[in-house]
Design a protein around this ligand. Structure first.
Ligand code: GLC
Length: 394
């Protein structure tokens, strides 16, 4: 592990960037040379093991380009380059969608390491407004479940969870998928970025991981508000969290699984992806429910426990493709979420096995973006940062 830690430090030194006074880390120098929201939260968690100052700088830069309504964009182009040169409709330096809300978790991770109340206070206001944005604008009718306006907001760009809503069959080309997502970016521009008023007509998916991550982050936000002696805020976010837990149970849960939903009548999207395990991360399941999920599905070689676990899509789904981004390959941030979920329920052996298999992937193939779950082959971007999360699997 000590040698592995050195490799991570080198990777992060190489991927670290400076723009004026701001410091950020690119997920991959060639393929992803900008700042991304949930990636930066992962980077904070990773830096917290060896450079707290850098962890704080990463969080500050992530919050620097927030919108007036509180939204933190999922991409910041500190220096615009030729890669992913999309017109997001609001100038050249930011995207106009968000990503899974891991920001409070990241801030709390830093605080856990050094108890620096001044830092917490210095980032609290943008963090407060970001979560208020999600509550106000992504749950306009107070159903206590948040909507996403583009598959990319899940961080799982071409996941088959979104095929049906996009009008795509289980097998299709990557460029067909991308064209649909760019179409949604353009609808959002036409909507003048007024998501609650307008985007429901085009895409409004209530996703399980996005909402489970929100629940877990609201808990962190409650801790933060308590530390900062903001009793009203703590009480407010705690109430929202409780309401979300209840609503997710009522509207997403069926026969032991939480399913993402779409439409006004909460139609369930019954495509088996790793999303069914995201509730473990937020402790949404009873012990008995977790047992069935872990024993019958997670560790089942016919579903997710491939030679290199875990596949992001169940092997027995028609959309499963071991080489196509979010349609099957292993992603190490997913393994990190699942690892934390397993630990929450005391599945220490399964968690240790997942960590060992994840380490083996990096040892064999380096820091790649994703991996073939059947062969372990490294795929996608190189020098990709998410492998650093292995530091936080302990
Ligand atoms: C890809 C991933 C997304 C990530 C981005 C930058 O688009 O799907 O989750 O944030 O790359 O690493």
């Amino acid at each position: 592990m000590a040698q592995f830690e050195d490799q991570i430090k080198t990777l992060f030194a190489n991927n670290s960037r400076q723009a004026g006074d701001w410091q950020y880390t690119v997920p991959s120098p060639q393929s992803y040379p900008y700042q991304w929201l949930w990636d930066s939260c992962f980077h904070v968690i990773i830096y917290s093991y060896f450079d707290l100052g850098r962890a704080k700088a990463e969080l500050r830069s992530l919050l620097a380009k927030r919108f007036d309504n509180g939204m933190v964009p999922h991409m910041i182009y500190w220096k615009r380059g030729p890669v992913i040169d999309i017109d997001w409709g609001r100038g050249r330096d930011v995207s106009t969608i968000t990503q899974p809300p891991m920001i409070a978790y990241a801030a709390w991770q830093i605080f856990q390491k050094d108890n620096d109340l001044d830092f917490l206070e210095s980032v609290y206001r943008p963090i407060f407004h970001y979560y208020k944005y999600l509550i106000n604008e992504r749950d306009p009718h107070e159903k206590y479940i948040l909507g996403m306006i583009n598959p990319d907001e899940s961080g799982e760009d071409n996941s088959p969870r979104f095929d049906g809503v996009l009008g795509l069959p289980p097998v299709h080309r990557f460029d067909e998928n991308l064209a649909k997502r760019i179409g949604l970016v353009n609808e959002n521009i036409k909507c003048k970025f007024d998501a609650p008023f307008c985007m429901k007509n085009f895409f409004w998916v209530k996703d399980v991981p996005f909402n489970a991550i929100m629940v877990e982050n609201l808990q962190r936000l409650v801790y933060i508000a308590e530390k900062l002696e903001r009793g009203y805020d703590a009480e407010y976010f705690s109430r929202k969290r409780d309401a979300m837990i209840k609503a997710m149970r009522a509207l997403m849960f069926e026969d032991g699984f939480y399913w993402s939903t779409f439409g006004e009548n909460y139609q369930k999207i019954k495509v088996k992806t790793w999303a069914i395990f995201a509730p473990l991360f937020a402790k949404l399941l009873s012990r008995d429910e977790a047992e069935i999920l872990v024993k019958n599905h997670l560790t089942n070689p016919k579903e997710f426990w491939c030679p290199y676990p875990i596949s992001t899509v169940s092997v027995n789904e028609p959309s499963f493709n071991p080489k196509d981004m979010w349609r099957g390959p292993v992603w190490l941030a997913v393994n990190w979420f699942v690892y934390q979920g397993l630990k929450n329920y005391g599945y220490n052996e399964e968690a240790a096995a997942l960590k060992e298999k994840s380490l083996a992937l990096i040892a064999k193939n380096g820091f790649r973006e994703y991996f073939n779950p059947l062969t372990g082959e490294g795929l996608g971007a190189r020098d990709f940062t998410w492998g650093g999360l292995l530091l936080d699997m302990n």
